[in-house]
Design a protein around this ligand. Structure first.
Ligand code: GDP
Length: 118
């Protein structure tokens, strides 16, 4: 079985802090296969479309400014039970609530600049 796929992005805070290598290592060690990956950046407009679901939230403008502030590394990952297992690997949205040893507990700067997209 090929497993299931999930989409992620290493966010600008983690890329600029030089944490992308450590994060990719954790992803691979957790058993995810990287199907596709590139280093790129989003315009504010693209970030706005990507987070359209949050358009009514008070943090939408800050979030789209932040997500277009620097390089990102989007990836397509594959693993059995990929979506659920990836959530466990990255931890809660707010790093203060993220379980010890998760990517966000280790690398997130704040609830907004939280290292990785799930
Ligand atoms: P995720 O699925 O864990 O990434 O969380 P959500 O889909 O709920 O939110 C998307 C992204 O919006 C999060 O990863 C954060 O970067 C940001 N975000 C979520 N909640 C807040 C908040 O209360 N304040 C701010 N500034 N950003 C937030």
């Amino acid at each position: 079985m090929a497993g299931t796929r999930t989409f992620t992005m290493i966010k600008p805070d983690a890329v600029s802090a030089g944490n992308s290598g450590a994060i990719i290592k954790m992803i691979e060690e957790a058993g995810f296969k990287i199907i596709a990956m590139k280093k790129t950046a989003m315009s504010k407009e693209t970030a706005g479309k990507f987070y359209a679901v949050h358009a009514e939230r008070p943090f939408y403008n800050d979030l789209t400014t932040y997500m277009s502030s620097g390089s990102i590394i989007p990836m397509i990952l594959e693993k059995d039970n990929a979506v659920e297992d990836f959530r466990k690997l990255i931890g809660a949205t707010n790093p203060k609530e993220a379980e010890e040893g998760t990517i966000r507990a280790l690398f997130a700067e704040s609830i907004e600049a939280n290292a990785i997209h799930g």
